[in-house]
Design a protein around this ligand. Structure first.
Ligand SMILES: N[C@@H](CCC(=O)N[C@@H](CS)C(=O)NCC(=O)O)C(=O)O
Length: 244
């Protein structure tokens, strides 16, 4: 089945996260080129990062949901594409890519995304901010980690309390990292870079567990600017929630 997705979407002037791209079809674009496909879960912060990046680049994509609550991440199909049993996986340019930060770097390198600045010192700071979220905060709040922690706490702790503790501690550290001359309208200057793409999903998760972001003034201001950008709005989980 061939669907001229790009023409269809832009002719009706839909925002970048286009509902029609969320179909689960083996879609090809004009000229038979395979569409970009994201194996996605609406509430996954790592998948949310990739949705933001694709939207910022104006790259249309088809989305295939992997329902984490139903355990579909551990299905043979998902393990074949993502041996770690996670989302996201991105099929692009004939490749199947895993690990959202690696995907952001691939998009930066192959699609001139400017998610990383050019100067090594600036790149190092942007990476440090990115890793503070993607390698310190997010992994401890992952579904399998928080569920395991709560189940083995002999009723002393819920998964939510675990998340409140680690996300709160991690964001407090991130707020201190933002106390830096290179912080601007966004995490690094006036352009959206990799840590901004990670920050918005992390703040979404924080608010879900009741953390008041106004307690972190720099994070609060940057997130407000980011959430005004149409590409980021379109990537919001509410726009990717399964119907019904
Ligand atoms: N470091 C990985 C993390 C991916 C990840 O943790 N994905 C979560 C959703 S945000 C997941 O698939 N969790 C499944 C589980 O915990 O069983 C990345 O950035 O892609």
């Amino acid at each position: 089945m061939r669907v001229s997705i790009i023409r269809l979407c832009f002719s009706v002037s839909l925002p970048l996260s286009l509902p029609c791209l969320r179909c689960n079809l083996a879609v090809t674009g004009e000229g038979g080129k395979r569409m970009i496909r994201l194996y996605d879960y609406w509430r996954s912060s790592a998948a949310y990062r990739v949705r933001i990046a694709l939207n910022l680049l104006g790259l249309p994509y088809a989305s295939t949901p992997v329902d984490l609550v139903k355990g579909e991440q551990n299905s043979p199909e998902n393990l074949a594409r993502n041996p770690q049993g996670l989302v996201p996986t991105l099929e692009i340019d004939g490749l199947s890519l895993t690990q959202s930060v690696a995907i952001l770097e691939y998009l930066d390198e192959e699609h001139a995304a400017n998610f990383l600045p050019k100067a090594p010192a600036h790149r190092a700071r942007v990476r440090a901010l990115t890793y503070a979220i993607a390698m310190e905060i997010a992994p401890v709040g992952n579904l399998s980690v928080r569920t395991y922690a709560a189940q083995h706490s002999c009723g002393q702790m819920t998964a939510e309390v675990w998340q409140q503790h680690f996300i709160g501690k991690g964001l407090a550290a991130f707020e201190r990292m933002l106390n830096h001359p290179s912080t601007g309208r966004f995490c690094h200057g006036a352009q959206v870079t990799m840590p901004d793409i990670c920050l918005v999903p992390q703040v979404y998760n924080a608010e879900r567990v009741g953390i008041d972001i106004s307690g972190f003034p720099r994070i609060h201001a940057i997130t407000a600017h980011l959430n005004d950008i149409p590409a980021l709005k379109a990537a919001h989980p509410d726009n990717h929630k399964p119907k019904g």
